[in-house]
Design a protein around this ligand. Structure first.
Ligand code: C2E
Ligand code: MG
Ligand code: MG
Length: 734
């Protein structure tokens, strides 16, 4: 922009000098003939096909140049055409560098307001209106017309001819077309020949020529009105007069019939955008497919590699690393299933290899893997850890299953050579580790394998074969858990679960003052079980609440029956710590129970173990309070059994403390024990709480307690827990 302005200033300065010279020379006599005969004609080079740059020669050519050249030559001039640097032809008139400027319609004043002279008409140029296709134009009187600024002279002529027309000048064709599309003008006006060229542009296909040509404009050469100018014009006019119409038409036809429009890159894009978009989409899809294919290939390769690492090429079962992964995955997926890990080893494998050859040994291993694989399910995993060592993670429900596995897998493997008529019995040693509940929280396959391996080694060293458990007790416990948790619902229905009663006695009178309800399980396979055997398992399996609800209800039923029989009793029931987590409203649960069995709340004593108070004091304090509000008597069970927080007694108000005498028998120093008991009794008395001692086994204990002021007692010294029927007999109820 800055550069353009500088050129314009320079041009104006040159024009000013020319003017000065013109005035000076005007006073002098001028020769009629231009001595040089050379003409420089300034023309706008952007009006194809009237004036435009020939790309091959770099010269300005077009209808205008051809006509002018013929006329000038006929007048004895030789012509050079120069593209004007000025924005308009009017401005170029002031530039003395040009002998003539073209095209001019009439003798308009120069941009400095100087008078000009123009030649005769070289040819008639039709001017045409172009509008958006299908658009109806308003009448000429108030038509909004767009023209290019370079045609400012033409605009003036139009204004003179049609004063009502409103003309807006634009810098470029694109700008004017945009204004047309934005409805800022109704039509664009330009030289018809230029239109014939411009409208070939594909992106202007929405424009169309308005058939009624508006007007024609003369096409003349002009210069400032000086004597020399006038003289040159005179001579040029002679040449123009010699131009024939045939010549004119031939030139016009020549240029208008040429395919002068060259598509630009933007035309290319405009014309082909749907294909380009499609192409781009195809390219992108292709790239995406390629990328995915590559990923899939990579994944496949990795998978292959993983397969290689995680599998044993000889037998096809998992390798050690594969076994680790799969076993860990299974244990995480099934944290409540009884699982064992076994580690097996062939004792005489080296001997087998030596005697029958490596291939026979390999065949044996494949056979073993195949046999084991056949009995395993999706819940199990089998791996060859090394040489002749196999590991199995097996979901085992009972011992019977282990025996079945032995029959189906180990027996055929042991007899592998014998059944092939070879005198050799394969000896297998297997160590088994039974997973504990804690193992599921801290899964370490290597550790489990180590345990199993230790057991296997122990067995091998005793020169035995078969299988041994690393943790026999755990295995037994595991079995117990399965037996207990799996059977509980049925046991409650069939009466295997029973409620027994242990009477509580007033030592002074020997009178029975109440009883504690204690559950017993008469297990079909395991016989009569005390709660210590199964309560922990039920607590861990989250089933203790089910059992307790059953016991509480059973006790209420019994109480109701006894009351109806006219022999009301008082019964203490036990609550487990886990019950508080399962039921947020235990007091409400008991209130419903006594309402259902029409019992008064003081018939039921609620025993809550001291440990529960220590573990969750806030909840227990609130719950105890509520129980007492509902009229139940609350007892703190197992007091003194090791967890006592004496501080707790200050926070919570219970009705009775149940002193656990077991510690008296366990600790060696009876004297110290007595001191503690004495102080506990004293403390309870001063806190205003009643006291009962449980676990009283001997007469001396009873007398000692009584001497200290604790007269309520429960223990084998008086009665052992007994079935309800025995209790009824004892109490003379039925
Ligand atoms: P606990 O509530 O402290 O019950 C007293 C336990 O001491 C009973 O054991 C009883 O048989 C035993 N016992 C009574 N007198 C003597 C004695 O002189 N010497 C000895 N060595 N023991 C005596 P049991 O019935 O085996 O119950 C054990 C524990 O199981 C109970 O302790 C209680 O905490 C729990 N329990 C029993 N039944 C249930 C129940 O239905 N639900 C819940 N959640 N826990 C129960
Ligand atoms: Mg108890
Ligand atoms: Mg107790």
């Amino acid at each position: 922009m800055g550069r353009k302005r500088a050129i314009r200033r320079l041009a104006r300065f040159a024009a000013f000098l020319t003017l000065l010279a013109a005035w000076t020379f005007a006073a002098l006599p001028v020769s009629a003939e231009d001595p040089s005969g050379e003409l420089t004609v300034g023309v706008p080079a952007d009006r194809c096909p009237v004036f435009y740059m020939d790309e091959d020669t770099g010269e300005v050519i077009g209808i205008g140049t051809d006509l002018m050249r013929i006329a000038a030559e006929k007048a004895g001039f030789s012509v050079t055409f120069q593209p004007i640097g000025e924005e308009t032809v009017k401005e170029a008139l002031d530039n003395s560098f040009y002998d003539f400027v073209m095209p001019l319609g009439s003798a308009v004043a120069s941009s400095y307001g100087e008078a000009t002279v123009v030649s005769d008409n070289l040819f008639q140029t039709p001017f045409t209106l172009v509008a958006l296709s299908g658009q109806k134009l308003p009448p000429l009187e108030n038509l909004r017309v767009g023209m290019l600024r370079s045609l400012a002279g033409g605009a003036e002529t139009v204004k003179q001819l049609y004063p009502g027309v409103n003309i807006t000048l634009f810098e470029s064709m694109d700008e004017s077309v945009k204004a047309l599309r934005d409805d800022k003008v109704d039509a664009l006006l330009h030289n018809s020949y230029v239109w014939s060229y411009v409208l070939q542009k594909p992106s202007y296909s929405d424009l169309s020529v308005q058939p009624s040509a508006m007007f024609s404009m003369d096409f003349r050469a002009g210069t400032l009105d000086t004597p020399q100018g006038r003289e040159k014009i005179r001579r040029l006019n002679e040449g123009i007069a010699a131009l024939t119409d045939t010549q004119r038409q031939a030139i016009i036809l020549d240029y208008t019939s040429r395919r002068l429009y060259h598509s630009t890159f933007s035309d290319f894009l405009y014309e082909r955008w749907p294909f380009m978009v499609l192409g781009a989409l195809l390219l992108i899809s292709f790239a995406v497919i390629l990328y995915q294919k590559q990923r899939a290939f990579k994944f496949k390769q990795e998978e292959k590699l993983r397969q290689l690492i995680d599998h044993d090429p000889l037998t096809g079962v998992l390798s050690l690393s594969g076994f680790r992964k799969r076993a860990e995955e299974l244990l995480r997926l099934h944290p409540n299933m009884p699982y064992v890990i076994s580690y097996s080893n062939i004792r005489n494998f080296k001997y087998i290899n030596d005697r029958f050859g490596m291939e026979a040994g390999n065949e044996l291993l494949r056979f073993w893997a195949e046999k084991t694989g056949a009995i395993l399910t999706d819940l199990d995993a089998l791996g060859r850890i090394e040489a002749d060592h196999f590991a199995v993670l097996r979901h085992v429900e009972n011992e019977e299953q282990i025996h079945a596995d032995t029959r189906l897998v180990f027996d055929p493997v042991r007899n592998f050579f014998i059944s092939r008529s070879k005198e050799m019995r394969v000896q297998i040693c297997t160590g088994v580790y039974s997973l504990t509940t804690a193992d599921f929280k801290d899964i370490s396959i290597d550790r489990f394998l180590d345990y199993a391996r230790v057991a296997e080694k122990r067995l091998r060293e005793t020169h035995n074969e078969g299988f041994v458990f690393y943790n026999e007790k755990q295995w037994d416990l595991g079995k117990l858990v399965v037996d207990v948790t799996g059977r509980l619902p049925l046991a409650m229905k069939t009466g295997e679960i029973q409620v027994w009663y242990q009477p509580q006695v007033d030592h002074r009178t020997g009178e029975i003052i109440g009883a504690e309800a204690l559950c017993r399980w008469d297990h079909a396979e395991r016989g009569m079980m005390a709660p210590s055997k199964f309560i922990t398992a039920l607590e861990e399996a989250g089933l203790i609440y089910d059992l307790d609800c059953y016991v509480w209800e059973r006790a209420c039923k019994d109480l109701r029956r006894w009351e109806l029989a006219g022999k009301p009793q008082t019964v203490s029931v036990n609550l487990s710590r886990a019950d508080f987590a399962k039921d947020a409203d235990l007091p409400g649960h008991f209130r419903d129970l006594i309402q259902r069995y029409k019992l008064s709340p003081d018939r039921l004593h609620i025993e809550i173990t001291e440990t529960a108070y220590v573990e969750n004091p806030e909840l227990l304090i609130v719950t105890t309070k509520k129980f007492r509000e509902y009229g139940f008597r609350v007892e703190m069970d197992d007091f003194g059994s090791g967890y006592s927080s004496l501080n707790m007694l200050k926070e919570v108000q219970v009705d009775r403390i149940k002193l656990d005498l077991h510690f008296l028998t366990e600790t060696g120093d009876a004297e110290k024990g007595q001191i503690i008991v004495r102080h506990m009794i004293l403390m309870a008395q001063s806190l205003g709480m009643e006291l009962i001692a449980e676990g009283v086994e001997r007469k001396e204990q009873a007398e000692m307690l009584s001497g200290l002021g604790c007269t309520e007692m429960q223990g084998f010294y008086y009665y052992k827990p007994m079935p309800a029927a025995d209790f009824e007999l004892l109490r003379g109820i039925f």
